[in-house]
Design a protein around this ligand. Sequence first.
Ligand code: GLY
Length: 381
Amino acid sequence: MGKKVPSLSPAMADMMIARALERVDRSITAYGGRFPAPSSQGGVYPLMDNEEWTNGFWPGMLWLAWELSGEERYRAAADALMPGFADRVARRHLTDHHDLGFLYTLSTCAAWQLTGNEEARLSGLMAAELLLSRYNSVARVIQAWGDLSDPEQSGRMIIDCNLNLPLLWWAARETGDRRFAQAADAHVEQAAKLLVRPDHSTYHTYYVDTRTGLPRHGSTHQGFSDDSCWARGQAWGIYGFALAFRHTGRRDYLDLAAQLADYYLARLPDDGICCWDLIFTKDEPRDSSAAAITICGLLELASALPIVDTRRALYQAEALRMAESLDRDYLAPLEGSDGMLAHAVYHWPNKVGVDECCIWGDYFYLEALMRLRRAWQPYWA
Ligand code: GLY
């Protein structure tokens, strides 16, 4: 039999959730229908309109808060943001990138899943069409960034895209149109083959030749160096390959997620919260947002492994240890900040959002608490 799987007591989970929701309430007032920028400045998010890759995280938090509490004010605040997402995709306003998955999975697709909002479903499908248009059938990857005619960006995929693929799998299910799933299946296969190195660390980005389909080379964008392992990229990999198992049923993706998790877990400082690049194990800024994503990935992985697999208990215990560490030492102060998790890193090479709150860190922390509290149907499912 597998080892007993450690869990958080409901009372402790409820206390952590209450602390998190206090911060969501503060943000509803602070944002007033606008959006937090990707990362804070001095602990406070500048406000912006719906034009970044990150705007789905805030409605995602509101949907989670509604599911966690049943309080109508969260649903009302989330619903009020949906027309802006419909408008953005209809006008194709700043949609020239693959992060349509992050944007629409957590906003309109969650709205459809939870409330049956038809217009929201259609916006999700429109976003999936746009994402599909970025798929290159020779390279068999979805181009991450930039115009499709840009030779610099053509055939370039990034590990973060693992979390954009669920939008395509969802669209395939909703419409019966296999093109969506075929593109996602091909992309994740290329990601497993090319973005993951033999030691199960990951490249942040990888170029495939769009004339021949042959692999070119890996490189970094937000990591320390081309051959280091950017911590958040590894986190996107762990969670993304575990989700790929959910959508494709391919066991090798589950094994890969576990191998990436083992690499990650071997590179942690004592408190369980990674440095921003896994080449470092101390004395560098931490990335609490990578930790939050990893908790969700470990819990997805643990629940997908067979009951008799002893790694279930290990991954669950590590997830719990990280969540307790975040709750204890990484919550942003209630005074002087409007974030949830402090001490994240957005873009170290560009010196943007270093040791700040990052809005996806806030989202995944709340998702982690949801997953620790009860069985839950993920928006990524
Ligand atoms: N997907 C961009 C990032 O993780 O910063």
